[in-house]
Design a protein around this ligand. Structure first.
Ligand SMILES: CC(C)(COP(=O)(O)OP(=O)(O)OC[C@H]1O[C@@H](n2cnc3c(N)ncnc32)[C@H](O)[C@@H]1OP(=O)(O)O)[C@@H](O)C(=O)NCCC(=O)NCCS
Length: 218
């Protein structure tokens, strides 16, 4: 079975997945409760539920039987790269941003990222110069909509960061093919791009990713 990825609006996940807080561990519920904004809490809960739904589909077992565990190699807080206690060999990843969430589960490493895109704002060339390789930058400079094109590169890079292919402060090392130029691979990683009005995303994995959006329900 291909890797499973699901993406949608936070409200769709919360409306379609039942009592999602019940799926979360006490540690995750405490992390959610510590967030000041109700919208951020909803995004967090929806993403942490969605990753279980992805893993449940991949493993063909109930979502409520899966425990998400996170630990940090820099501090003792329960955050960082997630894994499943019951299936530590499978890869899981999640992302949340302003009313949108996505998650993925794969037989090997997987990373997923989303960024909200309000369609406005100037292109930040300083950030692009730090985050992109020479070929990417040349492609962006020639692009009719460099801001949007950079955002698409950014989510590809963050998906690869979550896999461990690069560190956040070393993104320029990821000189990726420009989105839309026909190549959706970097080394032996497949990049599955996705967008909807107001958001862009990407999932990275070695295996093909079957990405489903939630507008048709869970
Ligand atoms: C991984 C990272 C790039 C994602 O950040 P982001 O784009 O702002 O946020 P997203 O919503 O897309 O993804 C967040 C999720 O990525 C996951 N994640 C966090 N760190 C991760 C890592 N090192 N590898 C893979 N996934 C990671 C978590 O599940 C997190 O969600 P949660 O906080 O609700 O549990 C960012 O967390 C990062 O740079 N981490 C490294 C720096 C670090 O370790 N900081 C903490 C030091 S104490």
């Amino acid at each position: 079975m291909a890797a499973v990825a699901l993406a949608g609006r936070t409200g769709e996940v919360l409306a379609g997945a039942g009592d999602v807080r019940e799926l979360l561990t006490r540690t995750e519920r405490d992390r959610a409760d510590a967030l000041r904004s109700a919208a951020d809490r909803d995004d967090f809960v929806a993403a942490h539920a969605l990753v279980r739904l992805c893993a449940a589909r991949l493993l063909r077992r109930p979502a409520r039987s899966l425990t998400l565990v996170q630990s940090c190699d820099r501090c003792d807080r329960p955050h960082g790269r997630p894994h499943l206690a019951e299936a530590p060999g499978i890869g899981v990843s999640l992302t949340h941003t302003r009313g949108w969430v996505a998650a993925a589960a794969a037989h090997g490493p997987v990373g997923v990222d989303l960024e909200a895109d309000d369609g406005h704002g100037p292109m930040n060339w300083n950030v692009a110069e730090r985050a992109c390789g020479p070929a990417e930058l040349a492609g962006l400079r020639a692009h009719p909509d460099p801001r949007r094109a950079f955002l698409r590169q950014w989510v590809r890079k963050e998906a690869l960061v979550k896999i461990g292919a690069a560190a956040l402060d070393d993104l320029g090392r990821l000189d990726l093919p420009l989105h839309g130029t026909g190549t959706s691979c970097w080394r032996d990683w497949r990049l599955t791009d996705w967008s909807a009005p107001g958001v862009v995303g990407c999932a990275a994995a070695r295996e093909p990713v079957a990405l489903r959006t939630l507008s048709a329900g869970l």
